[in-house]
Design a protein around this ligand. Sequence first.
Ligand SMILES: Cc1cc2nc3c(=O)[nH]c(=O)nc-3n(C[C@H](O)[C@H](O)[C@H](O)COP(=O)(O)OP(=O)(O)OC[C@H]3O[C@@H](n4cnc5c(N)ncnc54)[C@H](O)[C@@H]3O)c2cc1C
Length: 376
Amino acid sequence: MSHDVAIVGAGIVGLAHALASIRRGLKTVVIDRDASPSGASIRNFGFITVTGQRRGETWGRALRSAAIWAEVAPRAGIAIEQRGLLVLARRPEAAAILEAFAATEMGEQCELLSGDAAQGRLAGVQPASLAAALWSPHEVRVESREAIPRLVDWLARLGVEFRFRCAALAIDAAGVETSRGRIRAGRVIACPGDDLSTLYPETYDRLGVTRCVLQMMRLESPGYRLPAPLMTDLSLVRYRGYADLPQAVDLLARLRTEQASHLEHGVHLIVTQGQDGSLIVGDSHHYAASPGPFASSEVERLILDELRETLGTSPAIRERWTGTYASAEADMFRAQPAAHVRHVVVTSGTGASTAFAIAEETLEDLFGPAPGSVLP
Ligand SMILES: Cc1cc2nc3c(=O)[nH]c(=O)nc-3n(C[C@H](O)[C@H](O)[C@H](O)COP(=O)(O)OP(=O)(O)OC[C@H]3O[C@@H](n4cnc5c(N)ncnc54)[C@H](O)[C@@H]3O)c2cc1C
């Protein structure tokens, strides 16, 4: 039995391609070597971030993807747990970046707040004194460990076939050679994430792709609800939408003297909140082709220090985990190893935020313009 499209990988990038494919009425199969998705896509914040994404294509893809998440979530039984984003600036140099950002096209619909106004939005919290803040309405947040399996179930109900515990070994003219035999398909889309060794290792080498490992924690509820996910000064020198602005130079210089260890370990703070009030906090960034499995207590302390500086509290740790993603200078690549094959990898920490838009582009590249599909 032949499929129109075979997709390797049931992370968010593969699932987004399965959605784009089934929307076109194509007979679609998804292959994953694990028993269920367990990669980056279930380990992240589930934070579909628009504001702060690299100016241009990535920012545009994030806007489009956030709209698709909002459309898909209710159909797939996925709760949108939080909306929007509040970026808190403690230092005047950080406030200057937010002001410059708000004046760009990326700041459209965002609101620049005074420190006092931001404190007002954080009612119940004992935040550090703030110089300014930026409110963005664009973001949505899901609980990834629940959302991804629900997306799989929903796509299966729409007709996507899933083959788990089935490793793709090679892709050729007839389809995919797997650990459980051949799967025939007219087109193949490889979305293997940060497996740099199995499919097309030479492409990862050529594009300088390595892996990034991040430390994450879930903390007990602080006893109040945050108005939205939070970021702080450290995020403004990491997220390219801010960090590429000329105003970021001054903040980076100050952080180098005041938070050198945070910068050394790639630590910045994102705080999101679950429905039970628990806080999901992270993260850090270390780069290696085979990152070690050992989480560092020093890195954990740096993340929690920044949390304490921001909220005035640091609740007990309930869970710790690490995650990895593919990393390169570009945010993503779409390679064409053969006319009927696309190899699509998000090479930055933006896959949850951009995959749905990337998938639409891939399907258009392979099959031509969409015939105006609607979701069932
Ligand atoms: C801790 C952490 C926090 C993050 N926070 C955010 C965030 O807030 N917002 C955001 O937008 N992004 C975030 N990201 C990044 C985002 O999670 C990734 O960009 C995204 O999940 C990548 O999706 P993927 O499908 O490529 O990879 P994965 O989810 O890793 O999926 C790849 C899948 O391919 C399968 N596979 C690989 N090779 C084969 C093979 N040969 N045969 C069969 N199956 C194979 C694997 O088993 C796996 O299931 C974060 C990442 C991490 C780790």
